[in-house]
Ligand binder design. Structure first.
Ligand code: MF3
Ligand code: CO
Length: 256
């Protein structure tokens, strides 16, 4: 079911999304080579708690028997890791790495979700272009995130842009509605046909999240049950914001 948020609920969505924005500002100012991905996770968790929020990814279950609950406040995926990398004290960030951080905060019963790919130190030209295209894909998509348009218009714009730049989109994972639940309807793939799917209405809150691979779209899952990597070893990037559909332009709630 696609939920339409009331004025009061939109206030709560804005409040929790502001926490997520603050988390990324903090990470941006502190991330550097030599830190572990666990160090970054700790920064995120502490900042959320300081701002009165709960790290919603910690303990999250996808409900598949045998898959352990997610153990951390963030997903941190480095270089050829696409999404859902588990932070670890043994995983040290190196100069030139691209580091995707994805986190969800929960406050007043509402979730805010965003992801950023940080470029640490001297990043190659190729990696930088991938990160920039991934971010731009989000902005290309939300040009269509308007009242009366269909969700497929957004999906289509993201996929077309990414492909026009010579990259692939991940097909097995997608963006989503968000609110009281981290993942609500509709599903929002990073490709698709324009003119298809639900019509967008003011009060919908959506997490739009291009996941882009430099090489072939194929992915694999590691034995930890979470980490997704590219099959061909090429780089991947992720960029996500929670947005609000309005009477006019969408509001980006996790980017202030
Ligand atoms: N934040 C992710 C998303 O963009 C979900 C992560 S799964 C979790 O939808 F287990 F880490 F929570
Ligand atoms: Co998301």
């Amino acid at each position: 079911m696609v939920t339409i948020k009331s004025k009061k609920e939109i206030g709560y969505m804005k409040e929790v999304c502001k926490v997520v924005d603050a988390v990324y500002k903090k990470i941006e100012s502190e991330i550097k080579a030599g830190m572990s991905t666990w160090d970054i996770d700790q920064i995120a968790e502490k900042e959320m708690i300081r701002l009165g929020a709960i790290p919603a990814e910690k303990g999250y279950s996808i409900g598949i028997p045998g898959v352990p609950d997610y153990p951390a406040a963030t997903c941190i995926s480095v270089n050829d890791e696409v999404i859902h990398g588990i932070p670890s004290k043994d995983k040290i960030i190196k100069d030139g790495d691209i580091v995707s951080v994805d986190t969800v905060a929960l406050k007043n019963g509402f979730n805010g979700d965003a992801a950023r790919t940080f470029m640490v130190g001297d990043v190659s030209k190729e990696a930088r272009r991938l990160v920039e295209v991934t971010k731009q894909a989000f902005f290309e998509g939300i040009k269509y995130a308007k009242k009366g348009n269909r969700i497929g218009d957004v999906c289509h714009a993201i996929g077309e842009y990414v492909h026009s730049q010579g990259y692939s989109v991940v097909r097995e994972f997608q963006g989503h509605g968000i609110g009281k639940e981290m993942h609500e309807d509709p599903g929002i793939p990073n490709y698709g046909k324009a003119g298809r799917g639900i019509r967008l209405e003011p009060g919908m809150t959506l997490a739009i999240e291009p996941m882009v691979i430099q090489g072939k779209p194929n992915i694999m899952e590691l034995d930890d049950g979470w980490t997704i990597i590219t099959e061909d070893g090429s780089l991947a990037a992720h960029y996500e914001n929670t947005i609000l559909i309005t009477e006019k332009e969408p509001e980006i709630l996790t980017l202030l």
